[in-house]
Write a protein that binds this ligand. Structure first.
Ligand SMILES: Cc1cc2nc3c(=O)[nH]c(=O)nc-3n(C[C@H](O)[C@H](O)[C@H](O)COP(=O)(O)OP(=O)(O)OC[C@H]3O[C@@H](n4cnc5c(N)ncnc54)[C@H](O)[C@@H]3O)c2cc1C
Length: 248
């Protein structure tokens, strides 16, 4: 019977209609558009105005019942009035996944993994240690200086007494050279891994999620030491080690 229908082409008609309907519904579900709009600062949290602007940009007909998610934010202060420039992902699906959402990070319990000795608990050393955890390797980080809180006492000695500890100062110690800066994060490099992964690691360890969307993000000098301690905690709770006062 099937063979007879196939021969006349009748078998194929419902199948092709099905396929078309499936394709249309799939397309509708996965429509994702990038839309740039400009807003004055007082409208930055005004959802109806943002929705209206996006609808205008899309030349949307009918009820603007789409979903949107902010993925980039910058301020143009060159002219008056100052304007926010915003980029949204717009979709018919409520579950909008940005590039940052799609980055998965999985630290494995690595206490019994192969040992990797890392010299220096600066950004390079700590991010190398986190990468080891993703591979199931056991990182052992050695630093000549002290942990980020004890290090602060040595900075006070520099400022107040002019005494410099050669192993614990503005350059050396946990967190490395930029620990007491405001933590600007302007790189947009994708050469050796996506910069968004670095930002996501920082958010997972206590930085504001704003750094994922701001064009000129910074962590803030008050937050950096806490984030560095949290990264050490991740290394240690997954079986790695961080050893201070270890001059190599
Ligand atoms: C004041 C200042 C502000 C900055 N602000 C920013 C900013 O806002 N944004 C930004 O992206 N970058 C900033 N930077 C640059 C940034 O800090 C560096 O690019 C970054 O610290 C380099 O990381 P690193 O891990 O390679 O080296 P380092 O940060 O230098 O870390 C090296 C680590 O190794 C340890 N070490 C050194 N020798 C030995 C040894 N023989 N044995 C054991 N341990 C050792 C040190 O104690 C140190 O912890 C700033 C730098 C400074 C100085």
């Amino acid at each position: 019977m099937k063979a007879a229908l196939r021969a006349t082409g009748l078998f194929l008609i419902p199948y092709s209609i099905n396929l078309t309907l499936y394709t249309i519904s799939f397309y509708l579900r996965s429509v994702l558009r990038e839309v740039d709009i400009k807003l004055i600062p007082s409208h930055i949290d005004n959802e109806p105005i943002i929705r209206k602007k996006i609808a205008q940009k899309l030349k949307w007909k009918g009820e603007p019942n789409f979903y949107f998610k902010l993925v980039k934010r910058s301020i143009d202060a060159r002219k008056n009035p100052v304007m926010y420039q915003l980029r949204f992902l717009v979709s018919s699906d409520s579950n909008i996944q940005s590039d940052a959402d799609r980055i998965g990070i999985n630290y494995r319990e690595s206490g019994s993994g192969k040992r990797v000795i890392i010299i220096g608990a600066g950004p390079a050393g700590y991010f190398a240690a986190l990468q080891c955890l993703e591979y199931g390797l056991k990182p052992i980080v050695l630093d000549r200086g002290k942990d980020v809180r004890a290090r602060r006492r040595d900075l006070r000695a520099i400022q107040q007494l002019g005494e410099v500890n050669p192993h614990s100062n503005y350059c050396f110690g946990e967190g490395g050279a930029g620990t007491y800066s405001d933590g600007k994060l302007y790189t947009r490099s994708k050469k050796r891994g996506h910069y968004l992964k670095t930002l996501k690691v920082l958010v997972d360890h206590g930085a504001k999620s704003d750094i994922l969307i701001d064009a000129h993000p910074h962590i803030g000098s008050n937050k950096l030491p806490g984030i560095i301690s949290n990264i050490r905690n991740t290394i240690e709770t997954h079986g790695g080690q961080v050893l201070f006062d270890h001059y190599v």
